[in-house]
Structures are given as C-alpha cells and as structure tokens.
Ligand binder design. Structure first.
Ligand code: MYA
Ligand code: JJ1
Length: 388
C-alpha cells in the first residue's frame, strides 16, 4: 500500500492495535559516522540546490513554485499563497540550518521544480522534550507528479537532519499517511461573507438572504477588552511566561524560550499579528492571542484573485475569557481587512468556535511525528502545536 512509508520509522497501520510498544523513539540514533555522507541520487536531468533565502531572486523562485504548485482544497478552487516575507520568517527561526532548505532544479534551465524544508524545534511529548525538525513546504511541480520524487526529497531532508544529530520530526499533511497522532478539523469564521460567497468559499445558508448574512457576521469597530493592545518587544518575557505555563497543559507542544517567542510571535506586518491584554490597574500581561497571514489564490474567478485569511496561532487566557479574547482577535482581523479567520480544533479552541460563529470546513489536517511513537494517539484538544 505505502511502498515508501512502510520502510520508515513511523507508526505502521498494522501496529495500531499493539499496546505493548512503548511511547518514545521507534529506533535509536545511529552513530553520526554511519549517516550517509552524500546526497541521494536524483533523476539525471535534475540537481540539488541548497537555498539561500536571503537571495531575493531565489526567494522569488520559491514563492512562485509554491504559488503555482502547492496545496489546494479538494475541489481545486483555492491554493495557498504564502508570501515571500512569510517564507523567510517560517524558514529562518533561531538556529535554523541553511542545509535544510532544499531545492531541486532542472540542470539545463535552472528552473526550481521541487522543494522541501526543515527548521529546528524543541517539542515536548508528555514529559520528554525532544529536539526535532519541523518539516514543511514539500512541493513537486505539477508536471513532475507521481514519479516518486517526494520520497527522494523526504530521504534527503532526513539525511541532512540526521547530520545535525537530530532523529525526530513533526509535520502535518492534508492526506492520510502512516500514522497520524491526531486529526484536526479546520473551522472558518466569515469576516467578509459577501466576497466568500462570491468566490465559492462559502454558500448562502438555507433561508438566508445576503443582507441577513452580512448582519449575522457583523463585528464591532474596535476591540472591546480594556487593555487590549498589540504585542511589543518589551512584552517578550511576559508572553514567554504566559505561553510556557499554558503549553505545559498539552500532551504535545513546543518548548518555547524567549528567543523563540521573539521570532515566532513578535508582530511582523502581513506575516504574524499578536495582541495581549495588559491590566489597566496592575499593568500585568494576563492574556495573549495571535494569528498568521496566509492568503489563498482564488482559481478561476472573474472578480477576485486572492482571499486574505488569518489563521489562529497561539492564544492564552488567564483573566479575559478565551471567547472574549478571540472575539477581539476577530475584530482586529476584520479591521485589517481579512476576509476569513480560520482555526483548528486544537488546544481549547472548541470552547469558542461555535459561539463565535465559526463553521466546520471541508478540510482536515493530520499531525505526524517521525521516529516517535505515541500509543493510541491523542485528541486534537490535547495538541498544543500549530505548524505554519
Ligand atoms: S504537507 C504539504 C505537501 N504538499 C502538497 O500537498 C503540495 C501539492 N502536492 C505536491 O507537491 C505533491 O503531490 C507531493 C507528493 C510533493 C506532496 N507528505 O513523488 P510521488 C507520499 C508525505 O510519486 P507526488 C508537507 O509539506 C505518498 O504517500 N508523504 O508523489 C509536510 C507516496 O508514498 P507511499 C507524502 O504526488 C511534508 C509518495 O509520497 C505526501 O508527485 C512531510 C509518492 O511520491 C505528503 N504530503 O508528490 C514529509 N504526499 O507510496 C514527511 C504524498 O509510501 C517528512 N506522499 O504511500 C518526514 C520527516 C522527515 C525528517 C526526519 C528527520 C529525522
Ligand atoms: O478552506 C477550506 N475549505 C473551505 C473552502 C471549500 C471550497 C470547496 N472545497 C470551506 N469553506 C466553508 C466555509 C464556511 C464558512 C461559513 C460557515 C461554514 C463554513 O470549507 C479547507 C479547510 O476547511 N482547506 C483546504 O482544504 C486546504 C488544504 C487543507 C490541508 C492542508 C495541508 C497543509 C500542509 C501542511 O503544511
């Protein structure tokens, strides 16, 4: 069934019922001297390219490969359109490895035709903090599909991760592979319902008119919680404390330090937005919310070419109820002209999705760990990890 995945240290479907296998690494590390020293062979017309994302021309090529060939919904109506600034942010966190930004190009034309990436992260599974690679942006040009290039890219990134003495990875996919640790649902909150309906992202509900729909999704002009403001550099320590205490509650979650918070959560225009509540009396930071910006290209529509989408990222409430905090996040997203606010049913998100008028999407997101077993998997609400 899975000619490639059957050969890899991942939970195999046939072991799913076997509770005797322990949680933790599936296979032990091998000595670094035994890690293959040279790149895996590619078909003769292609060559490996370690990407320098500070090179604007290369970044533009990567942007274009993904904008034309990356993930689409099941009816091929929308395609993720990660911006160049977003890609640079996603791929260059603290202590990133340039060798993990892996392109494949045609030898003759030098055209970039495939890509895969990893970034380093510390991820906790139960009480075990593990150095991992987060693997993302696996893409093969549409004209080169189904030629078994993806397994070559995955083996090559695995080799380069092993060279850094890292033996585990985390990744997500829209497709089912052996074996998800959990399966999440996407939920969507309309901010600009008329456009969403016009492009076919959503439909007019039964017995609904356009004007009733617009009224249903109306939001206040400004956030409601006193002390709600944008996160600044001076907040990094307080946000790190809040977030670490919160993520400790989940079975699988990143282990963020202040450098990680500075990189992943300090606001960057049109990439990541973070807000917090600073108590007007004590000036204590009590709550935090964030979202990242990932537009989708609208395929084949006469009126619109992109959807501006916000994706819920990390949120922590200790004083402001989570539902009220996320309502303020919706309000600022609406003010910033986003068309839709998306969220997964991870962490405590179930507690506000229905009340804040999110509806379930048709897409799922499966979460995976490489070379790390979690017996019986976990529930989405036990997951404290959001990948980009
Ligand atoms: S998920 C996003 C993936 N990208 C897209 O969906 C973009 C649009 N699609 C494409 O570009 C291609 O269809 C891709 C497959 C490149 C996805 N993850 O070359 P093939 C297996 C893992 O003939 P193609 C993301 O970025 C498939 O089951 N495996 O197929 C996270 C089959 O194997 P098997 C996948 O369609 C990526 C084999 O590939 C995926 O031309 C995490 C077929 O290869 C997928 N999304 O290309 C990667 N899709 O026969 C794993 C298909 O066994 C990382 N396949 O069923 C693992 C950890 C590595 C580091 C470890 C460190 C220690
Ligand atoms: O965006 C998604 N679905 C939308 C559009 C569906 C268009 C037809 N297929 C959707 N819209 C309904 C919204 C509606 C708003 C009012 C309330 C009720 C709901 O459902 C889906 C997610 O639902 N997105 C995708 O399918 C994109 C791929 C998702 C897999 C991602 C893989 C990630 C790669 C790893 O890094």
């Amino acid at each position: 069934r899975h000619k490639f995945w059957e050969t890899q240290p991942v939970g195999q479907f046939r072991d799913a019922a076997d509770n005797s296998l322990p949680d933790g690494p599936i296979e032990p590390p091998t000595p670094l001297s035994e890690v293959r020293a040279d790149p895996y062979p590619l078909p003769a017309a292609f060559e490996w390219l370690t990407c320098d994302l500070e090179d604007d021309a290369l970044l533009a090529d990567l942007y274009s490969l993904l904008a034309h060939n990356y993930v689409e919904d099941d009816e091929n109506m929308f395609r993720f359109n990660y911006s160049p600034a977003f890609l640079r942010w996603a791929l260059k966190p603290p202590s990133f490895f340039r060798a993990w930004h892996i392109g494949v190009r045609a030898k003759e034309s030098k055209k970039l035709v495939a890509f895969i990436s990893g970034v380093p992260a510390r991820i906790r599974a139960r009480d075990d903090v593990v150095r991992m690679a987060e693997i993302n942006f696996l893409c093969v040009h549409k004209k080169l599909r189904s030629k078994r290039l993806a397994p070559v890219l995955i083996r090559e990134v695995t080799r380069r991760v092993h060279q850094e003495n890292i033996w585990q990875a985390a990744y997500t996919a829209g497709v089912v592979l052996p074996t998800p640790i959990t399966t999440c649902r996407y939920w969507h909150r309309s901010l600009n319902p008329k456009k969403l309906i016009d492009v076919g992202f959503s439909r007019l509900g039964p017995r609904m008119t356009m004007s009733r729909t617009v009224r249903l999704y109306k939001l206040p002009d400004a956030p409601l919680t006193p002390g709600f403001r944008r996160m600044e550099f001076r907040d990094v320590a307080a946000v790190t404390r809040l977030l670490r205490a919160y993520l400790a509650k989940f079975v699988v979650a990143p282990d963020f330090d202040e450098l990680d918070v500075e990189h992943w959560l300090l606001p960057r225009e049109d990439v990541v937005d973070s807000y917090l509540v600073e108590s007007p009396e004590t000036h204590e930071v009590t709550d935090f919310c964030s979202f990242y910006t990932l537009p989708s290209s609208v395929l084949n529509n006469a009126n619109y070419s992109t959807l501006k989408a916000a994706y819920s990222y990390y949120n922590v409430s200790t004083k402001t109820p989570l539902q009220q905090l996320m309502n303020d996040a919706l309000i600022v997203a609406k003010q910033k002209n986003y068309d839709v606010f998306n969220a997964l049913d991870v962490m405590e998100n179930e507690s506000f999705l229905k009340e804040l008028k999110f509806g379930p999407g048709d897409g799922q997101l499966h979460y995976y760990l490489y070379n790390y077993r979690i017996r019986n998997g976990i529930k989405p609400s036990e997951l404290g990890l959001v990948l980009l």
